[in-house]
Design a protein around this ligand. Structure first.
Ligand code: KIV
Length: 259
């Protein structure tokens, strides 16, 4: 899957399946399962590092995780998030940091939060042939400005303007997070690049979920997340069985031991 393949999926009416990944093993499994794209999201700050927001995530951490995921991906398009304050200062800063991500991880593209506000930066990245995905709607890196996630930008005209500005500036896809399905539908119809929704309804060209949420590992169960597994339950029963086996002297048994 290349960037042009990803874009072409829209004109061919093929829906795109994207999941987040942060490590080699999980990325290998998701890639072999046939996911179209793996997003190394800065959500890793919350689901991997256990922090309360994505703000503390560093460029070095994104490169560390992005490299493992890129190495695992045999087919999926790997996209790595530019974390907070690695692109907002200037277009020059964004180009330098996105360039490092592409060079040092082997990924195909970067993602940044913003539309109209980041149009110049998106254009600067595109001018250097650094493929870029924009992220509009609920933007977790803006949490300090808005105070709580649910207060982040729901003005419909602004959402449309953001998505259009991102496309005009050269983004090859747009993530739409937590926006009404009617406006996601309008954006999807008016853009020629793919829209990837999360909590944005069924009309987007593709969907993305945070993998530990959809696998039932994180315990985060908002309405927009469909649970496709119960890994928390599976890990708890495996760990409990292991603990009990040790306490009962059942493990290691003869077949697990060497003479
Ligand atoms: O960081 C992330 O995982 C994301 C997705 C929620 C789209 O940006």
């Amino acid at each position: 899957m290349t960037v042009p393949d990803f874009v072409q999926a829209k004109s061919e009416g093929r829906r795109l399946a994207m999941l987040t990944a942060y490590d080699f093993l999980t990325a290998s499994i998701l890639d072999a399962a046939g996911v179209d794209s793996l997003l190394v999201g800065d959500s890793l700050g919350m689901v991997v590092q256990g922090r309360e927001s994505t703000l503390p995530v560093t460029l070095e951490q994104m490169i560390y995780h992005g490299e493992m995921v890129s190495r695992a991906a045999k087919r999926a398009l790997v996209i790595v998030d530019l974390p907070f304050m690695t692109y907002q200062v200037s277009a020059k800063q964004a180009v330098r940091n996105a360039g490092r991500i592409l060079k040092e991880t082997g990924c195909a593209a970067v993602k940044l939060e913003g539309g109209e506000q980041q149009a110049k930066t998106i254009a600067a990245l595109a001018a250097c042939d650094l493929p870029v995905v924009a992220h509009v709607g609920m933007r977790p890196q803006s949490i300090r400005k808005y105070g709580r996630m649910s207060a982040i930008q729901r003005d419909e005209q602004q959402l449309l303007a953001d998505a259009k500005a991102a496309e005009a500036a050269g983004a090859f896809a747009v993530v739409l997070e937590l926006i009404p399905q009617s406006i996601a539908k309008q954006i999807t119809e008016e853009l020629s690049i793919p829209t990837i929704g999360i909590g944005a309804g069924p009309h987007c060209d593709g969907q993305v979920l945070v993998t530990p949420d959809m696998l039932g590992l994180s315990g985060f169960k908002p309405r927009f997340v469909k649970q496709y597994g119960d890994l928390q339950g599976a890990i708890t029963s495996a760990a409990t069985a292991y603990i009990n086996d040790i306490r009962d002297g059942e493990f290691p048994a003869a077949e697990h031991s060497h003479d």
